[in-house]
Write a protein that binds this ligand. Structure first.
Ligand SMILES: [Zn+2]
Length: 248
């Protein structure tokens, strides 16, 4: 029953994320005006706005002008529901689950924005960081550990970025990516975050080789997100792996 609540909350928040993903890069308010069709401009009726189900009963078309609606809307809603349910399974029905879940869902929205625009809007990024810090403090019950993990990682990667800019004249991580790393630090603690970044780099390398892209700017937030998920949901596995490696 509580799992169902998590899924419904995930669906509704996913619907909101669709608005965030479209409007934030255009510097528009996420609250007003209410959603309307991109093509005919008619305001959506409440029953046009039900996550996933509206898409299905409208046959993937606008209720007024019958223009096709992007399949991305229901996909993002469904993915948000899956993430919310996974957070519920891992963290239960708690306050920290709420904050950790919101942070992860905002990171998910950042992935899509980064993929679409190669930009990482600060407003979404810092909101995710704040939720992560609150969730992390409630979860770890250790204010200093969470804040120092987050800040020291941000500091470390800022220095690394500066060093790389000076030495090889290349941007390794953007400023937006570094805030995402700070969010990861608050959610995972510093040790697991290093492991998550290592995973992200491996994923990114594989994709770069597959696409044989060399000098192009690639969105890095999706890889950071993919590295974060396994460490967040299976921390014991990775902790024992890291400890085994360090002590061997
Ligand atoms: Zn329309």
């Amino acid at each position: 029953m509580l799992g169902l609540v998590a899924i419904l909350l995930g669906l509704c928040f996913g619907s909101f994320l669709n608005v965030v993903i479209i409007r934030i890069p255009q510097n528009k308010s996420v609250i007003l005006p209410p959603s309307s069709c991109n093509n005919c401009g008619n305001k959506l009726k409440p029953y046009h706005n039900i996550p996933i189900f509206s898409y299905i009963f409208l046959g993937g078309k606008c209720g007024f002008c019958k223009t096709k609606i992007s399949i991305m809307y229901p996909i993002i809603e469904a993915a948000s529901a899956v993430i919310a349910y996974a957070v519920y399974l891992k963290f239960g029905y708690t306050f920290y689950a709420l904050f950790i879940g919101l942070s992860i869902l905002l990171l998910f929205a950042l992935c899509i924005i980064d993929l679409k625009t190669l930009e990482i809007p600060d407003s979404v990024n810092f909101t995710a960081l704040i939720f992560a810090i609150i969730g992390g403090i409630l979860y770890f019950e250790d204010f200093l550990f969470v804040v120092s993990s987050s800040l020291s990682l941000a500091g470390f990667f800022t220095l690394l970025r500066f060093a790389m800019q000076t030495l090889i004249k290349k941007d390794v991580l953007g400023e937006g990516d570094i805030i995402v790393v700070a969010t990861m630090g608050a959610l995972l603690g510093w040790k697991l975050t290093f492991f998550a970044i290592f995973l992200s780099a491996v994923f990114a390398l594989v994709i770069l080789i597959l696409l044989s892209k060399k000098d192009h700017k690639i969105p890095f937030v999706p890889f950071l997100f993919l590295g974060t998920l396994p460490c967040l949901f299976f921390p014991d596995f990775f902790n024992s792996y890291i400890m085994g490696y360090l002590l061997a």
